[in-house]
Design a protein around this ligand. Structure first.
Ligand code: SF4
Ligand code: SF4
Length: 424
């Protein structure tokens, strides 16, 4: 069926027929998982709208920004300091990689035993399905895990890629390396955007990034109320949308949603019956539209009240120090803040274990579900230590490895239900 965006998608060289198929599948999936929920906040209508226009209105906005001479920078990892992109008056978009469509194309050039996230972003590009990737003037990769860094070498043949080196440890020499990388990134962004990053612009960008983190922190605080006032699925969606919506608009809209949530909390209203087991997710990021596991958990009679993940608390827990005024002070603040990220790509990674245990204790969850994508060695291997740390704190954990396919839904549901029986 023709849409008002067909010309735009054609100019972006999308495969129109395959793209229409993708939108149909996505729409149905979203309807089944999100729109069937009861008692949703009115503020979630904004998120429904953004999702329904994710390849339409938002892409149109990107094209308009480009027509005004602004550049679009795509990222795959929360390690990329978005503040530098914003300070160069460029648009930063998190490139989602949570769908299985494109897998066949990806497996023609990548080993089958590559994680679903990597196959997804490569598959989207090869199949010409993602208007975000096609809008990018630069795609920023990083040397986090081996799978990603080798995949970027191939991706580089299809899109303009820049790779940041991320240290694997957190010693003094690693901090030096990271600082040099942040400087190198600043120069590259200035070059691509054709604009100098001034201290004044960077200060504003740091404040904007923090404002968005603070509103998401507020959301996370409000959701911990008893009875649970918002589903885990809805909070995950808000976190996912934070990566590609306009940051000023998003922050304002989520602020309004938090006001509504606050009223609901004061009125003692919840979205699940009292006594519903409250769980936490931990592990790999869940990129749009990877809603499989949260849906399974919440349709099995539990509710999720926290995500220890890059599409969750790992991305919003730490703010950038706003006190610096000079470029040097602000770059130092960025270096410090980003080096506090506790991704499983680090060794050793004790902070993550401590953060998971203290988060689970603060939230008083009945249990933790650890999620690793199949073939993701960093998170799958670290699951052992996470389980041991939680066990020592008396908190049960269920470790799940899966991908984006629907083949194992019944099997996962059985395991989640058995876990819920146990924690109840
Ligand atoms: S899990 Fe690690 S590699 Fe993945 S987005 Fe987070 S920081 Fe980046
Ligand atoms: S999920 Fe794991 S293997 Fe996949 S890109 Fe992230 S860190 Fe790498």
């Amino acid at each position: 069926m023709p849409t008002p965006y067909d010309d735009m998608w054609e100019k972006l060289n999308l495969d129109l027929a395959a793209h229409e198929g993708l939108l149909q599948v996505l729409g149905k999936f979203y309807g089944d998982i999100y729109l069937t929920q009861e008692g949703r906040l009115k503020g979630m209508e904004y998120l429904d709208f953004v999702l329904s226009e994710v390849h339409g209105l938002r892409i149109k906005e990107l094209q308009e920004a480009k027509a005004q001479g602004r550049k679009v920078i795509g990222t795959f990892c929360v390690f990329v300091p978005e503040e530098l992109v914003l300070a160069a008056d460029a648009v930063c978009v998190g490139l989602c990689a949570g769908a299985e469509i494109g897998k066949e194309a990806a497996e023609k050039i990548l080993p089958r035993n590559t994680c679903a996230l990597i196959k997804s972003f490569v598959g989207f590009k090869l199949s010409r399905l993602c208007p975000f990737i096609e809008s990018c003037d630069l795609v920023v990769g990083e040397t986090t895990c081996d799978g990603k860094k080798k995949a970027y070498e191939i991706f580089d043949e299809y899109a303009p890629v820049y790779v940041m080196e991320i240290p694997q440890m957190k010693q003094t020499c690693d901090r030096e390396l990271w600082k040099a990388e942040v400087r190198r990134f600043k120069e590259r962004i200035e070059e691509v955007a054709g604009k100098e990053i001034t201290a004044a612009r960077l200060k504003e960008a740091i404040k904007l990034g923090n404002r968005r983190r603070r509103v998401l922190q507020r959301l996370n605080q409000l959701r911990t109320a008893v009875p649970t006032p918002i589903s885990g699925r809805d909070v995950l969606l808000i976190n996912q949308v934070s990566f590609y919506d306009d940051p000023v608009r998003f922050t304002a809209k989520i602020g309004e949603l938090c006001d509504e949530l606050e009223k609901r909390v004061k009125a003692g209203e919840g979205v699940v019956p009292s006594g519903t087991p409250r769980l936490m997710l931990s592990g790999c990021p869940m990129a749009v539209p990877n809603w499989k596991l949260p849906y399974i958990v919440e349709s099995s009679g539990a509710v999720i009240i926290g995500e220890e993940s890059c599409i969750g608390t790992r991305n919003i827990r730490d703010l950038v120090d706003e006190s610096g005024d000079t470029m040097e002070e602000m770059l130092e603040a960025l270096v410090d803040r980003y080096l506090r990220i506790d991704c499983a790509c680090f060794t050793p990674n004790k902070e993550r274990l401590q953060n998971i245990v203290s988060m689970a204790k603060d939230l008083q969850v009945k249990g933790v579900i650890h999620f690793a994508l199949n073939f993701c060695q960093p998170y799958a291997i670290e699951a052992f230590k996470v389980g041991r740390a939680l066990e020592a704190a008396g908190i049960p954990m269920l470790s799940i490895e899966t991908d984006y396919s629907m083949e194992d839904v019944e099997q996962l549901k059985t395991r989640v239900e058995a876990f819920l029986e146990m924690v109840r």
